[in-house]
Write a new protein. Sequence first.
Length: 431
Amino acid sequence: MNQDTAIKVDHISKSFRIPQEKRNTIREHVIGFRKKMVFENFHALENVSFEIKRGEFFSIIGRNGSGKSTLLKMLAGIYTPDRGSIIVNDEISPFLELGVGFNPELSGRDNIYLNGTILGLTKFDIDRNYHKIVNFSELSRFMHLKVKNYSSGMQVRLAFSVAIHADKEILLMDEVLAVGDANFQVKCFNVFEDFIKEGKTIVFVSHDPGSIQKYSTRVLYLESGRVSFIGPANEALSKYMYTDVIKPALDHPKSDHKAEGITEQGGEGKSDSTTGQSHGIDQVDADQEMEKIVEIVSVQVLDAEGNIAGEIIHGQVFQICVQYRLLQDLNNLIFGIIIYDQKKRALFTTNTFSEKVKTGKVEKGTITMNYRITNYLAAGKYVISATVSDKTQKVFYDWKDGVQSFRVTNIQRLMTYGGVDLPHEIVLTRE
Protein backbone atom coordinates (compact mmCIF):
# COMPACT_ATOMS: atom_id res chain seq x y z
CA MET A 1 0.00 0.00 0.00
CA ASN A 2 1.21 3.51 -0.84
CA GLN A 3 2.80 5.22 2.17
CA ASP A 4 0.71 8.34 1.45
CA THR A 5 -2.43 6.29 2.16
CA ALA A 6 -3.84 6.52 5.68
CA ILE A 7 -6.76 4.09 5.24
CA LYS A 8 -7.50 1.52 2.53
CA VAL A 9 -10.91 -0.16 2.41
CA ASP A 10 -11.03 -3.08 -0.02
CA HIS A 11 -14.42 -4.55 -1.03
CA ILE A 12 -15.86 -4.81 2.47
CA SER A 13 -19.36 -6.05 3.28
CA LYS A 14 -21.21 -6.24 6.58
CA SER A 15 -24.53 -7.83 7.49
CA PHE A 16 -26.53 -8.07 10.70
CA ARG A 17 -29.08 -10.69 11.79
CA ILE A 18 -32.23 -8.94 12.98
CA PRO A 19 -34.85 -11.01 14.91
CA GLN A 20 -38.40 -10.75 13.59
CA GLU A 21 -39.85 -10.78 17.13
CA LYS A 22 -38.74 -9.41 20.48
CA ARG A 23 -38.25 -11.62 23.54
CA ASN A 24 -37.21 -9.32 26.35
CA THR A 25 -38.81 -10.92 29.43
CA ILE A 26 -38.41 -14.39 30.97
CA ARG A 27 -42.12 -15.02 30.32
CA GLU A 28 -41.70 -14.31 26.60
CA HIS A 29 -38.75 -16.71 26.41
CA VAL A 30 -40.62 -19.47 28.31
CA ILE A 31 -43.77 -19.16 26.18
CA GLY A 32 -41.84 -19.11 22.93
CA PHE A 33 -39.04 -21.57 23.73
CA ARG A 34 -40.46 -24.19 21.32
CA LYS A 35 -40.84 -21.64 18.57
CA LYS A 36 -37.78 -21.13 16.44
CA MET A 37 -36.50 -17.57 16.26
CA VAL A 38 -36.72 -16.11 12.76
CA PHE A 39 -34.01 -13.68 11.67
CA GLU A 40 -33.68 -11.31 8.76
CA ASN A 41 -30.31 -10.53 7.22
CA PHE A 42 -29.79 -6.79 6.93
CA HIS A 43 -26.99 -5.83 4.54
CA ALA A 44 -25.55 -2.65 6.06
CA LEU A 45 -22.60 -2.39 3.63
CA GLU A 46 -21.98 -4.15 0.33
CA ASN A 47 -18.72 -4.23 -1.63
CA VAL A 48 -17.42 -0.86 -0.39
CA SER A 49 -13.95 0.24 -1.53
CA PHE A 50 -12.01 3.49 -1.22
CA GLU A 51 -8.71 4.98 -0.08
CA ILE A 52 -8.07 7.97 2.16
CA LYS A 53 -4.81 9.86 1.75
CA ARG A 54 -2.85 11.19 4.70
CA GLY A 55 -3.90 14.73 5.52
CA GLU A 56 -7.30 14.44 3.81
CA PHE A 57 -10.55 15.73 5.26
CA PHE A 58 -12.70 12.85 4.00
CA SER A 59 -16.44 13.19 4.56
CA ILE A 60 -19.16 10.54 4.36
CA ILE A 61 -22.77 11.47 3.58
CA GLY A 62 -26.00 9.56 2.99
CA ARG A 63 -29.47 9.23 4.41
CA ASN A 64 -30.15 7.54 7.76
CA GLY A 65 -29.60 3.79 7.42
CA SER A 66 -27.20 4.07 4.48
CA GLY A 67 -24.33 2.54 6.49
CA LYS A 68 -22.33 5.63 7.52
CA SER A 69 -22.03 4.86 11.23
CA THR A 70 -21.45 1.17 10.56
CA LEU A 71 -18.58 2.09 8.24
CA LEU A 72 -17.06 4.42 10.84
CA LYS A 73 -17.24 1.70 13.51
CA MET A 74 -15.49 -0.70 11.16
CA LEU A 75 -12.73 1.84 10.57
CA ALA A 76 -12.42 2.18 14.36
CA GLY A 77 -12.16 -1.61 14.77
CA ILE A 78 -15.44 -1.97 16.69
CA TYR A 79 -16.96 -4.10 13.91
CA THR A 80 -15.10 -6.52 11.63
CA PRO A 81 -16.13 -6.93 7.98
CA ASP A 82 -17.83 -10.15 6.83
CA ARG A 83 -15.83 -9.89 3.62
CA GLY A 84 -13.00 -7.70 2.40
CA SER A 85 -10.28 -5.93 4.36
CA ILE A 86 -9.46 -2.63 6.04
CA ILE A 87 -5.85 -1.45 6.35
CA VAL A 88 -5.05 1.50 8.60
CA ASN A 89 -1.54 2.92 8.53
CA ASP A 90 -1.85 5.37 11.45
CA GLU A 91 -3.34 5.38 14.94
CA ILE A 92 -7.03 6.30 15.18
CA SER A 93 -8.93 8.44 17.69
CA PRO A 94 -12.67 7.73 17.24
CA PHE A 95 -15.47 10.05 18.33
CA LEU A 96 -18.59 8.03 17.60
CA GLU A 97 -22.12 7.83 18.95
CA LEU A 98 -23.03 8.90 22.47
CA GLY A 99 -22.04 6.43 25.17
CA VAL A 100 -19.29 4.61 23.25
CA GLY A 101 -16.29 4.25 25.58
CA PHE A 102 -18.13 5.65 28.62
CA ASN A 103 -19.39 3.88 31.75
CA PRO A 104 -22.50 5.74 32.92
CA GLU A 105 -21.96 4.66 36.54
CA LEU A 106 -18.51 6.27 36.71
CA SER A 107 -17.76 9.95 37.24
CA GLY A 108 -16.63 12.28 34.49
CA ARG A 109 -13.08 12.14 35.85
CA ASP A 110 -13.01 8.33 35.89
CA ASN A 111 -14.44 8.21 32.39
CA ILE A 112 -11.65 10.43 31.09
CA TYR A 113 -9.16 7.81 32.30
CA LEU A 114 -11.34 4.93 31.02
CA ASN A 115 -11.89 6.46 27.59
CA GLY A 116 -8.26 7.55 27.32
CA THR A 117 -7.08 4.02 28.13
CA ILE A 118 -9.39 2.60 25.44
CA LEU A 119 -7.76 5.03 22.98
CA GLY A 120 -4.34 3.66 23.89
CA LEU A 121 -3.14 6.42 26.23
CA THR A 122 -1.01 5.63 29.27
CA LYS A 123 -1.87 6.95 32.74
CA PHE A 124 1.05 9.34 32.40
CA ASP A 125 -0.38 10.70 29.12
CA ILE A 126 -3.82 11.19 30.69
CA ASP A 127 -2.38 12.82 33.82
CA ARG A 128 -0.43 15.24 31.64
CA ASN A 129 -3.47 16.20 29.53
CA TYR A 130 -6.20 15.93 32.18
CA HIS A 131 -6.58 19.66 32.84
CA LYS A 132 -6.49 20.46 29.11
CA ILE A 133 -9.29 17.95 28.53
CA VAL A 134 -11.41 19.35 31.36
CA ASN A 135 -10.81 22.98 30.37
CA PHE A 136 -11.76 22.34 26.74
CA SER A 137 -14.94 20.53 27.76
CA GLU A 138 -15.85 23.35 30.21
CA LEU A 139 -17.13 20.71 32.65
CA SER A 140 -14.80 21.23 35.61
CA ARG A 141 -17.78 21.70 37.97
CA PHE A 142 -19.24 18.34 36.98
CA MET A 143 -16.22 16.01 36.99
CA HIS A 144 -17.38 14.37 40.24
CA LEU A 145 -20.86 13.53 38.86
CA LYS A 146 -21.72 10.21 37.25
CA VAL A 147 -21.91 10.42 33.48
CA LYS A 148 -25.46 9.02 33.55
CA ASN A 149 -26.47 12.38 35.03
CA TYR A 150 -24.89 14.31 32.13
CA SER A 151 -27.00 15.76 29.35
CA SER A 152 -26.27 14.56 25.82
CA GLY A 153 -24.47 17.84 25.14
CA MET A 154 -22.23 17.40 28.18
CA GLN A 155 -21.35 13.86 27.08
CA VAL A 156 -20.43 15.18 23.64
CA ARG A 157 -18.15 17.81 25.18
CA LEU A 158 -16.34 15.26 27.30
CA ALA A 159 -15.97 12.61 24.57
CA PHE A 160 -14.76 15.12 21.99
CA SER A 161 -12.24 16.62 24.44
CA VAL A 162 -10.73 13.20 25.16
CA ALA A 163 -10.65 12.28 21.46
CA ILE A 164 -8.78 15.40 20.30
CA HIS A 165 -6.25 15.20 23.13
CA ALA A 166 -5.41 11.58 22.33
CA ASP A 167 -3.02 13.05 19.72
CA LYS A 168 -3.61 10.40 17.05
CA GLU A 169 -2.97 10.89 13.35
CA ILE A 170 -6.52 9.94 12.29
CA LEU A 171 -9.69 11.40 13.81
CA LEU A 172 -13.03 9.67 13.18
CA MET A 173 -16.01 11.96 13.73
CA ASP A 174 -19.65 10.88 13.74
CA GLU A 175 -22.58 13.28 13.40
CA VAL A 176 -23.09 13.54 17.16
CA LEU A 177 -21.55 17.03 16.95
CA ALA A 178 -25.06 18.16 16.07
CA VAL A 179 -25.97 17.60 19.73
CA GLY A 180 -23.54 20.25 20.95
CA ASP A 181 -24.50 23.90 21.29
CA ALA A 182 -23.42 26.56 18.78
CA ASN A 183 -20.46 27.77 20.84
CA PHE A 184 -19.09 24.25 21.23
CA GLN A 185 -19.50 23.53 17.52
CA VAL A 186 -17.39 26.60 16.75
CA LYS A 187 -14.67 25.24 19.06
CA CYS A 188 -14.86 21.86 17.32
CA PHE A 189 -14.45 23.36 13.86
CA ASN A 190 -11.52 25.45 15.09
CA VAL A 191 -9.92 22.15 16.12
CA PHE A 192 -10.64 20.78 12.63
CA GLU A 193 -8.81 23.73 11.09
CA ASP A 194 -5.83 23.21 13.40
CA PHE A 195 -5.71 19.51 12.53
CA ILE A 196 -5.87 20.31 8.81
CA LYS A 197 -2.90 22.65 9.19
CA GLU A 198 -1.01 19.92 11.08
CA GLY A 199 -1.64 17.46 8.23
CA LYS A 200 -3.81 15.05 10.23
CA THR A 201 -6.43 12.87 8.60
CA ILE A 202 -10.10 13.46 9.45
CA VAL A 203 -12.98 11.16 8.53
CA PHE A 204 -16.22 13.08 9.08
CA VAL A 205 -19.84 11.90 9.00
CA SER A 206 -22.43 14.68 8.88
CA HIS A 207 -25.72 15.89 7.42
CA ASP A 208 -24.56 19.53 7.44
CA PRO A 209 -23.86 20.58 3.82
CA GLY A 210 -22.13 23.78 4.90
CA SER A 211 -19.47 21.93 6.92
CA ILE A 212 -19.07 19.27 4.23
CA GLN A 213 -18.56 21.91 1.54
CA LYS A 214 -16.18 24.05 3.58
CA TYR A 215 -13.75 21.44 4.86
CA SER A 216 -13.88 18.34 2.67
CA THR A 217 -11.10 17.29 0.36
CA ARG A 218 -13.33 14.53 -1.01
CA VAL A 219 -16.76 13.16 -0.14
CA LEU A 220 -18.08 9.58 -0.17
CA TYR A 221 -21.82 9.33 -0.81
CA LEU A 222 -23.31 6.07 0.47
CA GLU A 223 -26.64 4.91 -0.88
CA SER A 224 -28.25 1.82 0.72
CA GLY A 225 -24.88 0.49 1.85
CA ARG A 226 -23.15 0.93 -1.51
CA VAL A 227 -20.74 3.53 -2.84
CA SER A 228 -22.74 5.86 -5.07
CA PHE A 229 -20.07 8.54 -5.59
CA ILE A 230 -16.61 9.60 -4.41
CA GLY A 231 -15.32 13.01 -5.42
CA PRO A 232 -15.62 16.78 -4.91
CA ALA A 233 -18.01 18.02 -2.25
CA ASN A 234 -20.26 20.03 -4.58
CA GLU A 235 -20.90 17.04 -6.87
CA ALA A 236 -21.47 14.66 -3.96
CA LEU A 237 -23.90 17.04 -2.27
CA SER A 238 -25.80 17.63 -5.52
CA LYS A 239 -26.25 13.88 -6.05
CA TYR A 240 -27.21 13.35 -2.42
CA MET A 241 -29.76 16.15 -2.37
CA TYR A 242 -31.30 15.06 -5.65
CA THR A 243 -31.48 11.33 -4.88
CA ASP A 244 -32.54 11.49 -1.23
CA VAL A 245 -34.47 14.75 -0.99
CA ILE A 246 -35.70 15.98 -4.36
CA LYS A 247 -36.29 12.82 -6.41
CA PRO A 248 -38.60 11.16 -3.84
CA ALA A 249 -40.78 14.29 -3.93
CA LEU A 250 -40.84 14.18 -7.72
CA ASP A 251 -41.80 10.50 -7.68
CA HIS A 252 -44.63 11.22 -5.21
CA PRO A 253 -45.69 14.83 -5.78
CA LYS A 254 -48.81 14.53 -3.61
CA SER A 255 -47.02 12.99 -0.67
CA ASP A 256 -46.90 14.79 2.66
CA HIS A 257 -43.14 14.38 2.58
CA LYS A 258 -42.39 16.32 -0.60
CA ALA A 259 -39.33 18.57 -0.59
CA GLU A 260 -39.73 22.21 0.40
CA GLY A 261 -40.33 24.47 -2.59
CA ILE A 262 -41.46 21.87 -5.14
CA THR A 263 -44.82 22.74 -6.67
CA GLU A 264 -47.42 20.32 -7.95
CA GLN A 265 -48.23 20.56 -11.64
CA GLY A 266 -51.73 20.70 -13.00
CA GLY A 267 -53.08 18.53 -15.79
CA GLU A 268 -52.81 14.82 -16.32
CA GLY A 269 -49.03 14.64 -15.97
CA LYS A 270 -46.91 11.86 -17.37
CA SER A 271 -47.75 8.22 -16.80
CA ASP A 272 -45.08 5.81 -15.56
CA SER A 273 -45.41 2.63 -17.61
CA THR A 274 -43.91 0.56 -14.78
CA THR A 275 -45.97 1.71 -11.83
CA GLY A 276 -48.95 3.27 -13.58
CA GLN A 277 -48.55 6.38 -11.45
CA SER A 278 -49.11 9.82 -12.88
CA HIS A 279 -46.33 12.36 -12.36
CA GLY A 280 -46.72 16.10 -12.54
CA ILE A 281 -43.25 16.63 -14.08
CA ASP A 282 -41.22 15.15 -16.87
CA GLN A 283 -39.32 12.59 -14.77
CA VAL A 284 -37.17 11.36 -17.67
CA ASP A 285 -35.83 14.85 -18.34
CA ALA A 286 -35.11 15.35 -14.62
CA ASP A 287 -33.09 12.14 -14.45
CA GLN A 288 -31.09 12.90 -17.57
CA GLU A 289 -30.12 16.49 -16.80
CA MET A 290 -27.13 15.65 -14.59
CA GLU A 291 -29.51 14.62 -11.80
CA LYS A 292 -30.00 18.29 -10.84
CA ILE A 293 -33.38 19.93 -10.74
CA VAL A 294 -31.57 23.29 -10.54
CA GLU A 295 -28.18 23.70 -12.18
CA ILE A 296 -25.73 26.60 -12.15
CA VAL A 297 -24.96 26.92 -15.85
CA SER A 298 -22.39 29.74 -15.93
CA VAL A 299 -20.73 32.43 -13.84
CA GLN A 300 -19.29 35.57 -15.48
CA VAL A 301 -17.46 38.62 -14.16
CA LEU A 302 -18.58 41.85 -15.86
CA ASP A 303 -17.66 45.51 -15.53
CA ALA A 304 -20.26 48.17 -14.65
CA GLU A 305 -21.40 48.42 -18.30
CA GLY A 306 -21.88 44.66 -18.64
CA ASN A 307 -18.71 43.82 -20.58
CA ILE A 308 -16.79 40.66 -19.71
CA ALA A 309 -13.82 41.58 -17.51
CA GLY A 310 -11.08 39.40 -16.07
CA GLU A 311 -9.49 42.35 -14.28
CA ILE A 312 -11.34 44.76 -11.99
CA ILE A 313 -9.99 48.11 -10.76
CA HIS A 314 -10.24 48.82 -7.06
CA GLY A 315 -13.02 51.26 -6.20
CA GLN A 316 -15.09 50.61 -9.32
CA VAL A 317 -18.43 48.82 -9.57
CA PHE A 318 -18.44 45.37 -11.15
CA GLN A 319 -20.99 42.60 -11.62
CA ILE A 320 -21.10 38.87 -11.07
CA CYS A 321 -23.62 37.31 -13.43
CA VAL A 322 -24.86 33.79 -12.58
CA GLN A 323 -27.13 31.81 -14.91
CA TYR A 324 -29.32 28.96 -13.62
CA ARG A 325 -31.41 26.30 -15.38
CA LEU A 326 -34.50 24.89 -13.65
CA LEU A 327 -36.21 21.66 -14.65
CA GLN A 328 -39.22 22.35 -12.45
CA ASP A 329 -41.17 25.30 -11.04
CA LEU A 330 -39.88 26.06 -7.54
CA ASN A 331 -40.80 28.49 -4.78
CA ASN A 332 -38.69 30.84 -2.67
CA LEU A 333 -35.24 29.79 -3.84
CA ILE A 334 -32.19 31.41 -2.26
CA PHE A 335 -29.42 32.38 -4.70
CA GLY A 336 -26.01 33.39 -3.43
CA ILE A 337 -22.30 33.89 -4.11
CA ILE A 338 -19.08 33.72 -2.08
CA ILE A 339 -15.80 35.43 -2.97
CA TYR A 340 -12.61 33.77 -1.70
CA ASP A 341 -9.01 34.91 -1.74
CA GLN A 342 -6.14 32.67 -2.86
CA LYS A 343 -5.89 31.12 0.61
CA LYS A 344 -9.53 29.98 0.44
CA ARG A 345 -10.64 32.58 2.96
CA ALA A 346 -14.21 33.76 2.44
CA LEU A 347 -14.03 37.57 2.13
CA PHE A 348 -17.55 38.31 0.96
CA THR A 349 -20.84 36.43 1.07
CA THR A 350 -24.27 37.54 -0.07
CA ASN A 351 -27.55 35.92 -1.03
CA THR A 352 -31.13 36.85 -1.78
CA PHE A 353 -32.24 35.93 1.75
CA SER A 354 -29.75 38.19 3.55
CA GLU A 355 -30.56 41.07 1.18
CA LYS A 356 -34.34 40.49 1.57
CA VAL A 357 -34.82 39.88 -2.16
CA LYS A 358 -38.00 37.81 -2.53
CA THR A 359 -37.74 35.30 -5.35
CA GLY A 360 -41.30 33.94 -5.07
CA LYS A 361 -42.26 31.39 -7.69
CA VAL A 362 -39.39 30.67 -10.10
CA GLU A 363 -40.65 29.01 -13.26
CA LYS A 364 -38.99 26.21 -15.20
CA GLY A 365 -36.38 27.47 -17.65
CA THR A 366 -33.28 29.68 -17.52
CA ILE A 367 -32.89 32.66 -15.22
CA THR A 368 -30.02 35.06 -14.47
CA MET A 369 -29.01 36.74 -11.22
CA ASN A 370 -26.82 39.88 -11.33
CA TYR A 371 -24.86 40.90 -8.27
CA ARG A 372 -23.62 44.52 -8.52
CA ILE A 373 -20.69 45.10 -6.16
CA THR A 374 -18.54 48.11 -5.33
CA ASN A 375 -15.02 46.73 -5.38
CA TYR A 376 -13.18 47.27 -2.10
CA LEU A 377 -11.04 44.15 -2.49
CA ALA A 378 -7.30 44.55 -2.24
CA ALA A 379 -5.10 43.87 -5.26
CA GLY A 380 -4.79 40.15 -5.96
CA LYS A 381 -6.57 37.13 -7.42
CA TYR A 382 -9.99 35.94 -6.25
CA VAL A 383 -12.33 33.03 -6.97
CA ILE A 384 -16.13 32.84 -6.91
CA SER A 385 -18.46 30.11 -5.66
CA ALA A 386 -22.17 30.13 -6.50
CA THR A 387 -25.02 28.41 -4.66
CA VAL A 388 -28.76 27.85 -4.91
CA SER A 389 -30.83 26.35 -2.10
CA ASP A 390 -34.36 26.03 -0.78
CA LYS A 391 -35.69 28.66 1.64
CA THR A 392 -34.38 26.73 4.69
CA GLN A 393 -30.82 26.71 3.28
CA LYS A 394 -30.68 23.02 4.22
CA VAL A 395 -31.27 21.61 0.74
CA PHE A 396 -28.63 22.84 -1.72
CA TYR A 397 -29.82 22.16 -5.25
CA ASP A 398 -26.41 23.09 -6.66
CA TRP A 399 -23.14 24.48 -5.35
CA LYS A 400 -20.34 25.34 -7.76
CA ASP A 401 -17.09 25.91 -5.86
CA GLY A 402 -14.33 28.08 -7.38
CA VAL A 403 -16.21 28.21 -10.67
CA GLN A 404 -14.83 31.59 -11.83
CA SER A 405 -11.85 33.83 -11.01
CA PHE A 406 -10.84 37.47 -11.48
CA ARG A 407 -8.02 39.82 -10.57
CA VAL A 408 -8.11 43.18 -8.79
CA THR A 409 -5.60 45.96 -9.48
CA ASN A 410 -4.98 49.12 -7.46
CA ILE A 411 -2.50 51.59 -8.95
CA GLN A 412 -2.54 53.74 -5.78
CA ARG A 413 -0.88 51.09 -3.61
CA LEU A 414 2.82 50.22 -3.71
CA MET A 415 1.99 46.84 -2.17
CA THR A 416 -0.99 45.00 -0.69
CA TYR A 417 -1.53 42.59 2.16
CA GLY A 418 -4.62 40.95 0.67
CA GLY A 419 -8.20 40.92 1.92
CA VAL A 420 -10.28 44.07 1.63
CA ASP A 421 -8.95 47.56 0.97
CA LEU A 422 -11.34 50.08 2.53
CA PRO A 423 -11.11 53.77 1.60
CA HIS A 424 -9.00 55.43 4.25
CA GLU A 425 -6.27 57.94 4.97
CA ILE A 426 -3.35 58.06 7.40
CA VAL A 427 -2.57 61.34 9.14
CA LEU A 428 0.72 61.96 10.89
CA THR A 429 0.65 64.56 13.67
CA ARG A 430 3.83 65.91 15.22
CA GLU A 431 3.86 67.43 18.71
